[in-house]
Design a protein around this ligand. Structure first.
Ligand SMILES: [Zn+2]
Length: 232
């Protein structure tokens, strides 16, 4: 990330900027997990999948994240998510484009992981939709915020195991029949704030592909890389 981007407003105190672990090292070409070491693959590193993706192919085509989720960056996410702080949106959307320019370039539509209607009413906003809209504006892409719906108000994913998370969101997302023509043959870029186990975005991807989307890529601001069960 460049120096003038580091001058971005309000995301986190200036003294912590250099401690943000940006995911700009070699990553799994499918899920975006960082590799601790890369041996003997030369220029082919862009085609290397991690062991988890080889063992089980994710429902999405490619996922990328801007930085690793940890004690420091969780504060950025919480300010954005619970504090409705939009000050850093311009910078965050630029980071997304920087880290996943090819995913953005290939997209026909940008959309966000939706909240259930009742959750949206009580919270008043969907921060992932803000980010999706900011990314779409940067590349003059179509923002499709009305197509993918969350038809079940699923309990929080926090504290659930990877399998528990899958079960919690399975079948939670839906695309109305009238929107399916719009998706046929299209490439979708799905935006969320945090990638934890990928269960939520995978459930979205399955719904989108069942409705005719050719490919679904995912961009998140942050990504959990800890092998322990997620607590967020
Ligand atoms: Zn992977």
């Amino acid at each position: 990330m460049t120096g003038d981007q580091i001058a971005g407003p309000g995301l986190i105190e200036v003294e912590y900027w250099l401690d943000i672990k940006f995911l700009n090292m070699p990553v799994c070409c499918r899920c975006g997990a960082p590799f601790e070491a890369m041996h003997d693959v030369g220029d082919a590193y862009e085609l290397v999948e991690c062991a988890a993706c080889i063992a089980r192919k994710p429902a999405f085509d490619r996922a990328r994240a801007v930085f690793i989720y940890d004690d420091l960056t969780s504060r950025i996410i919480l300010r954005f998510k619970n504090g409705a702080d939009r000050n850093g949106l311009k910078l965050m959307s630029q980071w997304c484009v920087d880290v996943a320019g090819d995913l953005v370039r290939d997209a026909d539509f940008v959309m966000a992981v939706p909240l259930h209607a009742s959750r949206l009413r009580s919270r008043g906003y969907n921060q992932s939709l803000w980010l999706a809209a900011a990314i779409a504006r940067r590349r003059d892409l179509k923002l499709a915020h009305h197509i993918l719906k969350r038809r079940r108000n699923t309990p929080s994913q926090a504290g659930r195991s990877a399998v528990g998370r899958q079960k919690n969101v399975e079948g939670a997302f839906h695309i109305a029949e009238r929107h399916r023509k719009k998706l046929a043959g299209k490439r979708v870029l799905l935006v969320d704030d945090v990638y934890t186990t990928g269960a939520t975005v995978e459930a979205c991807c399955r719904a989108l592909k069942r409705s005719g989307a050719t490919s679904v890529d995912v961009i998140t601001l942050s990504r959990v890389v800890s092998p322990t069960d997620p607590t967020i």
